[in-house]
Design a protein around this ligand. Structure first.
Ligand SMILES: Nc1ncnc2c1ncn2[C@@H]1O[C@H](COP(=O)(O)OP(=O)(O)OP(=O)(O)O)[C@@H](O)[C@H]1O
Length: 281
């Protein structure tokens, strides 16, 4: 078998994937789409599997599309990336399937956002449908802060960033939970604890990873959420609501796993390469 590892930058995680491929003697090529063009060419069919790891959602999406065109199995697929890469499209599928999400109102103009703020009481969260690492995810305490956010978002060049997900502020245990599902298996979960000078748990913003015991409810909701979008290797961001319990905040189709490995001790790249070899060679 031959594997393509699609990247746009090589982070620690991609280095660990390369190491795991080498250790198992799996032939592979690193395709850096930030440097090399991708032709629609049947020759790409020499790869059995492509692991899609570009940080940019659009690079991941389009690289997967070109490779799928040549008959390559991509992890994840274009379908998964296009859904998980957009929080509104993700919520649509989860909500339809009866999976709990934070209460959310979608608003697509400044007037509509003002109405959405009125309908959702303060403090509330406002975030765009695309983005990562907590960027532009805003905690809004009153209408004045809300007006500032609306103004700033109207200045954005990308139309998707002018769309607002107005959402209930889910507070509970000062943490969020991140889980990884591989195939039909829940690989593990860990907690990301919110630092004292933040309200978000992103590791990039100072959130600290710690181990977490997985109960039946967490296992069920994460496997169900991954199954709904057909995620093959996907990370799931879970919030804990004081009365409603676990809510799915979002799905990530290019899972980061540094913090996960630190907190759980699970060797994600080795498990992924084993999974690919067992399933696709
Ligand atoms: N409705 C909410 N209630 C409480 N906290 C929230 C809510 N939405 C987001 N957060 C906090 O903000 C963080 C970033 O939000 P979110 O995961 O939606 O954005 P992101 O930019 O896609 O982040 P990531 O790169 O971690 O996937 C979450 O991990 C969580 O700690």
């Amino acid at each position: 078998m031959r594997v393509a590892l699609v990247v746009d930058i090589v982070r620690q995680e991609e280095k660990l994937l390369v190491k795991a491929l080498n250790e198992r003697n799996v032939p592979y090529d690193v395709l850096n789409v930030a440097q090399e063009p991708l032709p629609f060419n049947r020759a790409l069919g020499r790869y059995d599997v492509a692991i899609i790891r570009a940080v940019s959602m659009y690079r991941s999406l389009y690289a997967a599309a070109v490779l799928e065109g040549a008959g390559v199995h991509t992890i994840n697929s274009t379908d998964v990336i296009s859904t998980a890469g957009d929080k509104i499209l993700t919520y649509s599928k989860l909500f339809k399937a009866g999976i709990q999400i934070p209460e959310s109102i979608i608003a697509m103009s400044p007037d509509a956002v003002m109405k959405a703020y009125e309908q959702m009481s303060f403090p509330l969260i406002d975030k765009p449908p695309i983005g990562s690492w907590g960027r532009m995810v805003s905690l809004i305490r009153d209408i004045l802060e809300g007006k500032t956010i609306i103004e700033h978002r109207e200045m954005m060049g990308n139309s998707a960033l002018k769309v607002h997900i107005v959402q209930e502020y889910v507070t509970g245990k000062n943490r969020d939970i991140r889980c990884i599902v591989m195939g039909n298996e829940l690989l593990g979960c860990y907690a990301r604890n919110i630092p004292s000078n933040e309200w978000r748990a992103n590791v990039a913003l100072g959130g600290t990873p710690s181990p977490l015991e997985i109960d039946q409810g967490l296992k069920e909701i994460t496997l169900k959420a991954a199954g709904i979008v057909n995620g093959e290797f996907i990370s799931i961001d879970v919030l804990e609501h004081q009365s409603r319990g676990y809510l799915i905040n979002e799905l990530n189709d290019v899972p980061e796993f540094k913090g996960f490995m630190l907190a759980t001790g699970i060797d994600v790249p080795s498990r992924l390469v084993d999974y690919i070899v067992t399933r696709y060679s």
